[in-house]
Design a protein around this ligand. Sequence first.
Ligand code: PLP
Length: 407
Amino acid sequence: MDYIAQLDTAIARLHDEGRYRTFIDIERRNGHFPHAVRTRPDGSQQNITVWCGNDYLGIGQHPVVLKAMHEAVDAAGAGSGGTRNSSGTTISHKRLEAELADLHGKESALLFTSAYIANDATLSTRPKLFPGLIIYSDELNHASMIEGARRNGGAKRICRHNDVAHLRELLEADDPKAPKLIAFESVYSMDGDFGPIEEICDLADEFGALTYIDEVHAVGMYGPRGGGVSERDRLAHRIDIINGTLAKAFGVMGGYIAASEKMCDTVRSYAPGFIFTTSLPPAVAAGAEASVAYLKTASELREQHQTRAKILKLRLKRMGLPLIDHGSHIVPVIVGNPVHTKKLSDMLLDDYGIYVQPINFPAVPRGTERLRLTPSPVHGSAEIDQLVNGLITLWAQCELNRTELAG
Ligand code: PLP
């Protein structure tokens, strides 16, 4: 085989479809987020405003988090030095797990190096423990859940997005005695819509299924203590396994599940993605612990976040931009073509210093390519003005349609 030619063909395909991804080199500056500095390809620098980050609350630069991390580095050094089973379980890991179990009102929590790994490792281990398990997975579930549900011989059923009637049909079609697990998200990251948690829990009760929710785009931001939508809707007790990230609203890095002690113990004991990898650095765990604890009491930050998202959506709607609004903090503006989306993103960056990356297939269906804006409490009026003005001007310049899609 001509390996080089194969590689060239694979990359050329992405260029042809207008969805070849390029990195934007940015320097985050502590205390100044969402402002950052971009190094252009020619080496020159440009001040930019980041509008596509997932540090949803700007907590990644909060003094409480930084202090905890500094102190932990001084106290414990850089890395953990091992897997959880071989010297990599420190007091920072234990404390963070206790904090997370408390956040979700569960007996236990288990840390992973990311929420991707947490989803993949947990879901892929379930069929080992429940032979004949059938996983019912929402069609828009994140890649990490899709990967996890694919392995280890479990059967998989794909449910139309948020379609509870379809989920019922699928459940009814299977052997009533078969073990079952329903996997879904609380906030879907690309459209910003909410999963029907209560209806899914009702179906799970009726059909004797376990429930698995990904709250990655909700933890820290929803619920009185930041326990996610399941906390906000008082449904956390009806969910068997809650997955979350420490890398988005909690501003650091890492992922976890929160569940019963037995559930966590089996994942801990059987999941290769937990067992055979070095644990998070203690300073990362300490920073995340400080962040989770801080956000349990920072309701005003959550309120500010929602207010900023509402203001941005209102202003964009008034200008007739086609945005999807399901009432969450995520603001997707639909362009509907990969080439236009990339061009718009490039022009926003080059001409206005606004950084929002293009979102293309496979992250979203073809024809719904978009700019996904993520306002935060640290995006103030000046930043919103700059973004709205830039978008409006470029929208007109590119002669793109102005029609509202939803909301
Ligand atoms: N689940 C969902 C829904 C996500 O969008 C993401 C990442 O963006 C993940 C899981 C993975 O999270 P992490 O970045 O912690 O691996």
